[in-house]
Structures are given as C-alpha cells and as structure tokens.
Design a protein around this ligand. Sequence first.
Ligand code: TXA
Ligand code: MG
Length: 319
Amino acid sequence: MTLKATEHLAADAAGLARAAALLGSGGLVSFPTETVYGLGADARNDRAVAGIYAAKGRPSFNPLIVHVPDLDAAERFVIFNREARMLAQAFWPGALTIVLPVRDSAGISKLVTAGLDTLAIRVPDHPVAQGVLRAFGGPVAAPSANPSGRVSPTTAAHVLSGLSGRIDAVVDGGACAVGVESTIVDCAGSPRLLRAGGLPSEAIEACLGKALEAGPISDDHAPKAPGLLTSHYAPRGAIRLNATVPEQREVMLGFGPVAGDLSLSESGDLTEAAAHLFDCLHRLDAMGAERIAVAPIPDHGLGRAINDRLKRAAAPRPA
Ligand code: TXA
Ligand code: MG
C-alpha cells in the first residue's frame, strides 16, 4: 500500500475536529479508548472499512466492533433484548462489547460484520473517544490499532510504531487506563462470553443473576465466532508461561512476588497488571527479547483477560 504522512493530533478541540473531518472523508483515525487504542473508520463506508483491514493486514473474515457514544445511538444499529439492555445500562460507557442482531436499515458495511447477521457494539468510557464519536456523529468501526497478530497499543507511540505511514492520523490521549480489550458478550441468544476482557465476567454474571454460557476457547475452525485466532497478541519473542525462575537467555516478566526484568505489577495488583500488559510486551519487543518467561497470574477477575492474552501470545505461530 502507498505510504501517507500520519498526523499526530492533540486531544483538543482542533484535534477532535480534524479527526472527525478525516473520518467523514473515509480516512483512518486512531484514537484512545479506556481499553486500548482503536483504529477507526466510518462503519457505513465500505472503502474506509476495507482500509482498516488493509492497514492492519487483517484476515478479512474477522468482524469489527462498532463504537457509538451512548445507548440511544446503539439502539439505531442493533436490536436489544431485556438482558442486553440490563448489561448496557449497568456497564456503558465501559469495557463491555455486546453482540446483537444488526438492523438491516442501519447501513453498516457488510465488511464490518464480515457477513454475520449480528454486530458487536460498544460505548467507550474515554473522553477522547467520546469526543471523536460526538464530533463525527456516526458509527465508528474500530479494531485495536496494531498490525494483525501483534500486540495491542496502549499509547499513541505504540500506534505509530506499528502503523505510521499506513493511517491518516492518531489522536494522542495518553496511556489507556484499562489496558486490555473489552469483554465481549454475545447476547443474541442466552448470554455467552466470547472474550474475557477489561470488564470482569464476575461483574456481568452478578448483573444478570446467572452464569454466562462458556465462549469459544479457540475459534480457528468456528466461523460463527471469528476473530479469536489462537496465535494473537504476540510479541516477537517466544513465550513460556507460569514460570517462577528464568532459564538461560530468557527475559523474565514478573508479577507480584515473582520478580522479573520487568514486572506487570510488583504489588500483585491485577488492575495494574492489565494496564501494563501490552506496554510490557511492547517493551520486550523493543529490548529484542527472543525468549520470554512469564510469572503465573491468578485466574480470576482481570487475571482471566490477562491469561487469555498471554496464552494467545504463547501459542504456536502460523508460518
Ligand atoms: O477494547 C476493545 O474492544 C477494542 C477497542 C478499540 O474498542 N477493540 C477491539 O476490537 O478489540 P478488535 O477488532 O480487535 O476485536 C473484535 C473482536 C474480534 O475477536 C471479533 O471476532 C469479535 O470482536 N466480533 C466482532 N463482531 C462479532 C460478531 N458479530 N460476533 C462475534 N464476534 C464478533
Ligand atoms: Mg485486536
């Protein structure tokens, strides 16, 4: 693809107006959300959405999340049911993506849903994301703003290191507070957890008053729930999980009492670990780490999302 100069926009009124104008003319604009930086395009514009896939080098069977500023806007694009509305009212704006039947009248590009009859939608809880969405006034399709298969970005510098020259602009809103992607719940049927993420599933189950159906462990062979490729979120080095002591030539990523060259959280705080996760993986790349040992992470709350990302990062890579 041809290279273009990527504008580095401030998160002020002029920057937001420029971002909205670029989106309106079919451009690709990265902006911060509370989870990770997204790579946004007008979800109704086929050419713009195709540009996302091209910039990321993303497999085109992988559908995208649409971002809107509030529940009222979401109702225009998907058909809510009682449970989905309960979750939206409890957790939006926030790190929850809900999958629901898409309205045919919504005008969402078929490239966004990758041909599915459902749409993944969310209301981000970040003033810059809200500012971009309100200035633009339309639905914004936005996957994480990284080359496909690479670590998700939590700073504007991460975005530029992966996509500079391939996108029109990035709005710089500093580091993302949550640090892992949104939790995805399919509410088209009985609510099902498709991806552990920034909103702990325990909170969702407490709101619904029942357990979520178990989601796909890996959907490499399941087109109904695409996108969760087994090898994903990968730094360049090989990863060994649940390590307490580094072996020869390994760089150690610590947590809590397990010390490392870097630590996800020295105090063993899962919220801090989630916020640091992708930055640590980016730093391991920057250090040229070829072998990475990772400390055990407790598998509850945000630890589930962290372990999900780490397992994908450690999975055998496609050639
Ligand atoms: O936190 C986030 O969710 C970030 C920020 C930018 O909002 N976005 C994000 O998008 O992580 P992305 O494209 O990297 O992840 C989208 C996930 C994929 O795993 C995809 O398969 C799933 O959502 N997905 C999208 N539409 C779906 C649908 N209709 N049914 C099932 N899964 C869907
Ligand atoms: Mg992603």
